[in-house]
Design a protein around this ligand. Structure first.
Ligand code: LER
Ligand code: MN
Length: 271
């Protein structure tokens, strides 16, 4: 069974980004629960900015789960990522993600590594960056294991990273790891740019996909672009995907309408 989730950003620096709800955790949780969402996905400024008791209380009272926690603020706020040339900076990036894994675990939620994968170039060769990323994923995957949570690794489109852009590239990367605790995030927006056939890529990802960002071709809420969802929903069912379809979309035309639109598409496709 596929579960519904919706994103909330608590990071002022990411304003303009693809998050449906903004700034106000209690209000976002109330709205998500009222619309029938199963979970909330939280993009926070850092591990020490999440009041774990508050999140546990608010979500618990509303019967909501936490689907995942993002780590991208490590890049957006601190300009850290896992493939920087400076060893100390890479270690800080690892530490940031490790602490986000610890925080997420308190809500039984995995952490997502998207923009924190960084990119190669200048003094950093592709091989060096791939080596560092692999090392980091091995360590973080094993770190997350103690909580019975995977690490969720997200291939991004070519304008955001040159590390891994497709599900096939993600599978190749995770097959090269020693840890077996890294899963892929299939973000339909990135896939629409990079994949030859989205449904075929999802089928190829059977057993490897741990999270889905449910969004349309133009990053508006599902149903507001030209994404052909029927084969996508069929592929996710065919591979027995039982994680979240999480609305990581622009709050278009506004957060409330985006939230309503997404849950109505979710119910049509997956309920
Ligand atoms: C960024 O484009 C994205 O899709 C996020 O989920 C990554 O942190
Ligand atoms: Mn995404």
């Amino acid at each position: 069974m596929i579960h519904s989730a919706i994103t909330l950003s608590l990071v002022p620096e990411s304003r303009g980004g693809p998050f449906v709800f903004w700034d106000d955790l209690p209000a976002a949780c109330k709205k998500a629960a009222a619309l029938g969402y199963d979970a909330i996905e939280i993009f926070a400024p850092g591990p020490d900015t999440i009041d774990t008791n508050e999140v546990t209380k608010i979500t618990g009272d509303l019967g909501l789960k936490v689907a995942a926690v993002g780590t991208g603020a490590g890049w957006v706020k601190h300009k850290l990522h896992l493939t920087l040339p400076d060893k100390t900076a890479r270690a800080k990036a690892m530490d940031f993600i490790g602490q986000m894994i610890d925080v997420g675990a308190q809500f039984k939620a995995p952490a997502i590594i998207g923009s924190m994968q960084g990119r190669w170039g200048d003094s950093v060769s592709r091989d060096m960056a791939t080596g560092w990323l692999g090392e980091a994923l091995n360590k973080l995957g094993e770190h997350a294991k103690q909580y019975s949570q995977p690490v969720i690794y997200e291939p991004l489109n070519r304008y955001e990273t040159n590390m891994v852009n497709t599900i096939a590239g993600g599978i190749e990367l995770i097959r090269s790891l020693d840890t077996t605790n890294v899963k892929l995030l299939a973000d339909l927006f990135h896939m629409n740019i990079e994949e030859t056939n989205i449904a075929a890529a999802l089928r190829e990802g059977k057993g490897h996909i741990g999270h889905v960002h449910f969004v349309d071709s133009n990053r508006r809420p599902a149903g507001n672009g030209h994404m052909d969802y029927a084969p996508i929903a069929a592929a996710l069912k065919e591979i027995d995907y039982n994680g979240y379809a999480s609305a990581e979309a622009f709050p278009w035309p506004d957060p409330d309408a985006a939230a309503k639109q997404t849950i109505s598409m979710f119910n049509k496709l997956f309920a």
